[in-house]
Design a protein around this ligand. Structure first.
Ligand code: CDP
Ligand code: CDP
Length: 200
């Protein structure tokens, strides 16, 4: 039986960083589900219909180099509000969750919709100013101000929280991990402790 770790939360909370470290430490597979929406958004920006874009994703689409930009994030959150796009991506994510001895999936609706039976559910968050600061440093784009990154994250979080289809919210049984005051090592340790406890 595969062990599933669901990691959800708002933009730039540290979900991916924690997920990769957890996957390494426990030998689990890792899926960044945000990439599915970013790649779909990029294909829509290039003129494809949303449902067709989501239904035809290839490994090459997911490997594009331009999916981490703020524009790609906004395009992702627009297609992510479409129920038919989300539905088209469910089977791939659920199949992935059954891979190997265990899998970590990070996104917005893993604990609530994709893997409601996940053995560990974490909702990773931090204040919006801390998250914006982290993303601003990460992007290291001299044309971007800290305030512009903050506005971008706020707009995306609002759209993700207020949509009808699989809105961003912690699952009832999720453990909330506020990393505002935690460095990466502290956040990874806190997440790993939950997994070690659940593995028994
Ligand atoms: O996946 P998500 O968008 O939630 O966040 P991420 O890409 O893992 O992290 C965003 C940035 O914050 C990265 O540059 C991380 O190195 C950094 N980070 C941090 O400084 N402190 C943490 N506790 C977690 C992440
Ligand atoms: O790394 P960051 O948290 O900034 O974004 P991401 O995880 O790559 O997700 C990009 C966008 O995809 C989010 O703002 C959501 O609109 C959407 N998304 C979603 O709706 N459901 C998921 N499971 C993952 C991402």
């Amino acid at each position: 039986m595969a062990f599933t770790v669901a990691i959800d939360g708002p933009a730039a909370a540290g979900k991916g960083t924690i997920s990769r470290a957890i996957a390494n430490r426990f030998g689990f597979e890792y899926l960044d589900t945000g990439l599915l929406y970013r790649a779909t958004g990029a294909k829509v920006a290039a003129g494809m219909a949303p449902l067709e874009a989501a239904s035809s994703l290839t490994p090459e689409d997911l490997a594009r180099g331009d999916l981490r930009t703020a524009e790609a994030g906004q395009a992702a959150s627009r297609v992510a509000a479409m129920a038919d796009v989300r539905e088209a991506l469910v089977a791939f994510q659920r199949d992935f969750a059954r891979r190997g001895t265990g899998a970590v999936l990070d996104g917005r609706d893993i604990g609530t919709v994709i893997c409601p039976g996940a053995e560990v559910k974490l909702f990773v968050t931090a204040s919006d100013t801390v998250r914006a600061d982290r993303r601003w440093r990460e992007l290291a784009d001299p044309s971007l101000t800290r305030d512009a990154v903050l506005e971008d994250l706020r707009a995306r979080d609002r759209r993700d929280r207020e949509r009808a289809a699989a809105p961003l919210r912690p699952a009832q049984d999720a453990v909330v991990l506020d990393t505002s005051q935690m460095d990466i090592d502290a956040a990874v340790s806190a997440a790993a402790a939950r997994i070690t406890a659940a593995l028994g």
